[in-house]
Design a binder for this molecule. Structure first.
Ligand code: HSE
Length: 430
């Protein structure tokens, strides 16, 4: 024990999550302090907008817009980084670690792109960096992945880790909203990113997958090896057909440990209605884990928002405070060795859903069947419905097929004269 009775905190950034952290600390600080056996004091709060900090009731001695007042301040034991973004936050965190301070962050972009470097620096300096709020907001996830599953081999992690896109799909399904209108509502409710293209194009989910995969598969992940496809191509018609076929469409982040290597991907997928992930609606997140010994696990809750994420940040603060008081660095769980083998999406097997319009005339189905048959793609389900004019709408679901064989068959299908361009193509969760 160091005998330390007070942990002095520097908070970088008083945005949505920063505000949540301050108010939760006010509300529950006493309880947390009882559990850790030391007082927590907000020594300095940094924000560019000092008037905002004054309006929040902080004294002049507590507020600053000068990073050195936090990072070079010898009184500060622990820095909470909530400014977001990559390069500035990375520089701040490195300075904090260099100066022997513990760090807590909810910055997924940074931990996904530079987590290995920061964890190694923390280790070298005899401190640690905690990042529970970076994935799944308020869902306790990093800690279970890091500590509770250390004795098992995880074979697959499947996450609904982006609340914005899950909300969009839910509203498209239940209220027939367009993607754009549902996105505007998600932004109003405050869980979309400042730049929502990161949500819609799947990058936000990819960052979260990189962090989770690093922990469950025990290696440092190369972000360039993750296949990322957003939700832009999914229409209301696809959601309705999926429902008719017994599926829900979700944006999934999937990490698999295969004999040939790691397969990491983010894409929308048809999830069987009886899979626990199918019933995860609105902005909720869920992470489904398959372990060899433990079997199936699912973590569910609010993956974004000020107060849920603040619970994760303050749990990290409590853990860091205990490390400081007990002079123990709780940080040798992450393996920082780079992952060596990856499997490309082209080599993965999936079932596929395909929807397109075609002229309704003789021979179209025969040509289709030939194109698929030539590539040994076996069809599982076929629906044809009459559309306005002379058009037929055709929906096909294949059996398991390797991605590249499906793509070859698809390019032959799209050469058939009667078939209209821009089909919807989605994978199924197997
Ligand atoms: N934009 C994210 C989401 C916020 O919608 O889930 C939390 O990372």
């Amino acid at each position: 024990l160091t005998g330390k009775k007070e942990i002095k905190i520097g908070l970088l950034g008083m945005g949505t999550i920063g505000g949540g952290v301050v108010s939760l600390l006010k509300r529950n600080g006493g309880r947390i302090e009882e559990k850790i056996g030391a007082a927590l004091s907000l020594e300095k709060i940094l924000d560019l907008d000092l008037d905002k900090l004054r309006a929040a009731g902080f004294s002049e001695s507590q507020i600053t817009n000068d990073p050195s007042a936090v990072l070079e301040n010898p009184a500060i034991d622990l820095v909470i980084e909530l400014i977001g973004g990559v390069e500035t936050a990375r520089g701040f965190i490195k300075r904090a670690l260099e100066n022997g301070k513990y760090v807590v962050t909810a910055n997924k972009d940074l931990m996904a792109s530079h987590g290995g470097e920061l964890l190694a620096l923390a280790r070298e300096k005899g401190v640690n960096i905690f990042y529970e709020g970076s994935v799944g907001g308020g869902i306790p996830l990093i800690r279970p992945l890091k500590y509770s599953l250390v004795a098992d081999r995880v074979t697959r992690v499947i996450g609904i880790v982006n609340g914005t896109t899950n909300y969009i799909f839910t509203r498209m399904d239940r209220d027939s909203l367009s993607l754009e209108d549902a996105l505007a509502e998600a932004q109003k409710l405050g869980f979309a990113e400042a730049d929502p293209s990161s949500d819609v194009e799947g990058r936000d989910a990819a960052y979260k997958l990189i962090i989770m995969a690093g922990l469950v598969f025990g290696s440092s992940i190369d972000p360039g090896q993750v296949y990322v496809e957003g939700i832009g191509g999914v229409t209301y018609e696809d959601i309705a057909y999926a429902r008719e076929l017994g599926y829900a469409i979700k944006l999934l982040a999937i990490g698999e440990k295969l004999p040939q290597g790691l397969a990491l991907r983010v894409h929308p997928a048809l999830v069987p209605a009886d899979h626990p992930l199918a019933s995860v609606s609105n902005e909720f997140n869920a992470i489904f884990i398959e372990g060899e010994a433990v079997g199936d696990l699912m973590f569910y809750g609010r993956g974004a928002g000020s107060m849920p994420t603040a619970t994760a940040v303050l749990a990290d603060v409590a853990e860091a405070a205990r490390c400081i008081c007990h002079q123990s660095v709780n940080g040798v769980i992450e393996n920082l060795q780079p992952e060596r083998s990856y499997v490309s999406i082209d080599d993965l097997n999936n079932r596929f859903y395909l929807r397109f319009l075609a002229d309704d005339r003789p021979g179209v189905f025969a040509a289709l069947a030939n194109a698929f048959g030539d590539e040994l793609v076996s069809l599982d389900m076929v629906i044809q419905k009459r559309r306005v004019g002379a058009m037929a709408e055709i929906v096909i679901v294949t059996h398991d097929v390797q991605e590249k064989a499906f793509q070859r068959a698809l390019s032959k299908v799209m050469q058939i004269d009667a078939i209209k361009p821009n089909p919807s193509i989605l994978r199924l969760l197997g």
